[in-house]
Design a protein around this ligand. Sequence first.
Ligand code: FAD
Ligand code: NAG
Ligand code: NAG
Ligand code: NAG
Ligand code: NAG
Ligand code: NAG
Ligand code: NAG
Ligand code: NAG
Ligand code: NAG
Length: 575
Amino acid sequence: MMFKHLFTAGFLGTFAVLASASSPTKCRCLYGQSCWPSDTAFSQLSRNLSQPLVHPTAVASPCYTNPSSASCSDVKAHFTDALWRPDQPGGYQFQNFESYIQKNGTIDACYLNVTLGFPCKQGSIPPIGVDVRSPADIQAAIRFAKANNLKLVVKNTGHDYQARSAGRGAFMVWTHHMKNLTYHEAFVPSGGPPQAASSAITTGAGDQWGDVYAFALQHGRMLVGPFSLGGSIGTAGGFAMGGGIGAFTPKHGLGIDNVLQYTLVLADGKIVTANAFQNTDLFWALRGGGPGTYGILLSVTYKAHPSFPVSIATFHANLTSDSVAQTILTEALRKIVPFTDLGWGGYMYIIKPNLFNGLWVAPNVSQSVLAKALDPFGAFLNLTSGGQGGVFYNTSSSYYGWYDKTFLGTSGSQVTGNILPASRLLSRELALSNPAGVASTILSANSIFTGIEMILGGQVNKIDSSSVGVNPSFRHSVANVLINERWADGISSVAIAQQIDMLKAHTKTLDGISTDSGSYMNEGSLFERDFKKTFYGSHYTALRNIKFKYDPSSLFVVANGIGSDEWDKELVCLL
Ligand SMILES: Cc1cc2nc3c(=O)[nH]c(=O)nc-3n(C[C@H](O)[C@H](O)[C@H](O)COP(=O)(O)OP(=O)(O)OC[C@H]3O[C@@H](n4cnc5c(N)ncnc54)[C@H](O)[C@@H]3O)c2cc1C
Ligand SMILES: *[C@@H]1O[C@H](CO)[C@@H](O)[C@H](O)[C@H]1NC(C)=O
Ligand SMILES: *[C@@H]1O[C@H](CO)[C@@H](O)[C@H](O)[C@H]1NC(C)=O
Ligand SMILES: *[C@@H]1O[C@H](CO)[C@@H](O)[C@H](O)[C@H]1NC(C)=O
Ligand SMILES: *[C@@H]1O[C@H](CO)[C@@H](O)[C@H](O)[C@H]1NC(C)=O
Ligand SMILES: *[C@@H]1O[C@H](CO)[C@@H](O)[C@H](O)[C@H]1NC(C)=O
Ligand SMILES: *[C@@H]1O[C@H](CO)[C@@H](O)[C@H](O)[C@H]1NC(C)=O
Ligand SMILES: *[C@@H]1O[C@H](CO)[C@@H](O)[C@H](O)[C@H]1NC(C)=O
Ligand SMILES: *[C@@H]1O[C@H](CO)[C@@H](O)[C@H](O)[C@H]1NC(C)=O
């Protein structure tokens, strides 16, 4: 997502000099430039591949070609469908991930509403890519990108909030069709001793969580995965390498804490296995060093846990005044440390002006135990909001059973529109010592939407911070607090710049709930003051050393990724 252009374009007052326009040694070659490979070169590449090349376009483009066509009707029917979008090579979850802002402020995008009066443009969608189905396809794509000095982008589902799976004029490796689920009753990491065996599931580069949950349950298992409509998030991208949070992270640790093995293709085309017994530095770095940075994953093997019944408490209240909001949020925050330490996970949302709701999921706990813990909170919510609040309980024989009924059937309105998130990790110490201060800071950050993901703490806090590459901040944090800005299609780049300024101001306020400005990169802001500290903390230097050991020529570069500060804002030219 190229909002960074606003800086070079001067909207925020900095008329930066454009980095060395097209020096061939310093800059990657983009589509449209004279260095771009010829059609003949692409057709030669194509002979080395198992599938024809793909030409990703904006999902709304058929509605510009012919608004009354069947393909336009199809687009309209599925436009907000979180699972349909990843099936399109050019489909991203939100409009702004695929848009691009020119230096002069013109926005290149392709909006569904054709009467807004803008042409349909390619924006940040890579114009050509490889529909990879095998390790050999990925190796061929890497070889071609290197030989032609192309900007390489890896995309599976297009969920990435920092648009790390998009890139204007880039060459795409599209992993969506590399699906391959394997259940192992006793998985031994390659090179490990038999006593290292545990039950596990290996997923391919293109697998998505909804399918994995269903597959795991067939074997009486559950995995630590995310929470999204349709189960559309990928298993081998941001989640697998950026952290991974979900309802059961307090019980079983982060997604990356549950990875037993990765296989990947490196920048030199070699296929390697990284686990606790081989390539251990890479194994450490992949678990938190970020996606699209060290290589292209072919598979990830996650530890599988026994499935268990769950009890669920959903709660809500009307925040009828500022003081009621402060009182309710303070009380709600007091639950986080004790509940996550029991292995319970929860989410709560404040949606302006006065909506408050959320849920707690308690693994392998009866409804009566959960009710005993939360009945007083329910009574408090009802009383404080003048009868407009309370708690409801439910149970399910498995988490997946409940999740499936509640979220997977819905295509939902979670996707579509334009969004920019920012987040901060809530300090365990502050949550315990000063919940009223934390509540006041969160409310004064004043976001239209605040999500308090109460899914750290517990086991996440027990794991030694040096054991994996992920930001050590996770180990002393109990929640991820997410805010965002949203806007309608068609607003000007000046108006977008104002949204970015607001996001930055809100992020600055939210800093007060952390002790180290830590943030979860997969729900983080493109506009951080100090991305190294915020997303990687004290692990940055070690992560960087490993990055350059395995990818010395920086084939893999993503926004706010390890070593990305050595590139210009567009990640095209070395500084
Ligand atoms: C609606 C929504 C809900 C979310 N809910 C959660 C949640 O509950 N928990 C959570 O932890 N996160 C959540 N996220 C954040 C999510 O983890 C990130 O968006 C993540 O980057 C998605 O990864 P992906 O592979 O599906 O997406 P993509 O956008 O396709 O890829 C993301 C990144 O991974 C890289 N990548 C993809 N495949 C590979 C590969 N094979 N090898 C190397 N790099 C690769 C891409 O280059 C890109 O940098 C949510 C996001 C959205 C939009
Ligand atoms: C196709 O593969 C061959 C053999 O690996 C290689 O020499 C050649 O450069 C490849 N061609 C393209 C266009 O990638
Ligand atoms: C803005 O820049 C783009 C790319 O150079 C160009 O195509 C477009 O015409 C310009 N728009 C205006 C209004 O100057
Ligand atoms: C499309 O845009 C036009 C012009 O701004 C507006 O009048 C119309 O309501 C929009 N349609 C939809 C479906 O949003
Ligand atoms: C699928 O995964 C299994 C287990 O990881 C592996 O042995 C097999 O080769 C994979 N199949 C394909 C087609 O990649
Ligand atoms: C659930 O709890 C019971 C005891 O209450 C225990 O025997 C069982 O092993 C637990 N199951 C899981 C999957 O943790
Ligand atoms: C919440 O309370 C306010 C103030 O009493 C009221 O105006 C508003 O309608 C209520 N909202 C809902 C969703 O009931
Ligand atoms: C909230 O309190 C009112 C009385 O003030 C009662 O009628 C209602 O049932 C309560 N709701 C819940 C969910 O407890
Ligand atoms: C409890 O879950 C069942 C099954 O998903 C659902 O039908 C029911 O409406 C839920 N009850 C409440 C109070 O949410």
